[in-house]
Design a protein around this ligand. Structure first.
Ligand SMILES: Cc1cc2nc3c(=O)[nH]c(=O)nc-3n(C[C@H](O)[C@H](O)[C@H](O)COP(=O)(O)OP(=O)(O)OC[C@H]3O[C@@H](n4cnc5c(N)ncnc54)[C@H](O)[C@@H]3O)c2cc1C
Length: 219
């Protein structure tokens, strides 16, 4: 079987795919979720100067000396360890009570990530949300773990636990969402559309390659 590679280095749109007159296997990946936090974005919708995603860190975009990583999932924690090893001061903030094991039982979670966190003394502030990002600090608040109003006992006090953390760079690692738009737009334009990998559901590389191998055999 011969394989032709076309349109490399270009963002492919639905019309380009339609012009190929064949079925489409879409593997457009996933994007980092940008939570609705005051100060995270500029007026034009782009990220603020002091806000990055873990991909920016991998791309060696400059990071300040004092870093807050938002999200104690595998990607957030690996980013925190990476930055600590580059000599940065790093704190991880996580809305749930502690690190989130989201690597499907991956042995590296326990043998590598958690161990490195301990070795590097990286603080994880659990049950906290980032309420606002300012040029030189973030404002944290208690995550909303208070019981619903009708369940609060008489006399109970809900404490609003605001805290300011001096910060040069915030890394948003609260999760990824599938890039489904190309696949959705292709329905009806080409005979069959198959989605594989992270554009179905963000996961690990082996799942994406497995999806590709399976669809390749099926069609
Ligand atoms: C920071 C980070 C660390 C990770 N670490 C691990 C790990 O340690 N182990 C592991 O197994 N997995 C890891 N993963 C997950 C792994 O990278 C993904 O599961 C895998 O890359 C998914 O492959 P994919 O082909 O579905 O998507 P991707 O690898 O994201 O590829 C999608 C490609 O489609 C391109 N694209 C999108 N839209 C268009 C368009 N319209 N036209 C043309 N091209 C387009 C994108 O530019 C991109 O190149 C990590 C992910 C991240 C973000």
């Amino acid at each position: 079987m011969s394989l032709k590679i076309k349109h490399l280095g270009r963002k492919v749109d639905p019309q380009t795919v339609k012009a190929e007159r064949c079925d489409a296997v879409v593997a457009t990946g996933a994007s980092f979720i940008i939570p609705q936090i005051k100060g995270a974005k500029r007026a034009d919708g782009r990220l603020a100067d002091n806000v990055l995603t873990p991909l920016n860190v991998l791309d060696n975009v400059p990071v300040g000396e004092r870093v807050v990583v938002y999200g104690a999932n595998a990607i957030g924690l690996e980013t925190a360890v990476d930055l600590k090893e580059r000599g940065k001061q790093v704190i991880v903030v996580e809305p749930t009570p502690g690190p989130v094991q989201d690597m499907y039982g991956f042995i590296s979670w326990f043998c590598v990530v958690m161990q490195q966190l301990q070795e590097h003394g990286i603080e994880v502030k659990g049950s906290r949300i980032i309420k606002e990002i300012r040029p030189e600090e973030v404002v944290l608040d208690a995550a909303n773990t208070a019981p619903p109003p009708d369940q609060i006992r008489e006399g109970a006090i809900v404490v609003i636990d605001e805290e300011r953390v001096p910060t040069d760079t915030v890394i948003l690692a609260v999760g990824r969402q599938p890039n489904k738009s190309l696949a959705d737009q292709l329905v009806g334009l080409v005979p069959e559309v198959y989605s594989i990998g992270d554009c179905c559901q963000p996961g690990l590389a082996f799942r994406a390659t497995h999806d590709g191998a399976r669809i390749g055999r099926e069609i």
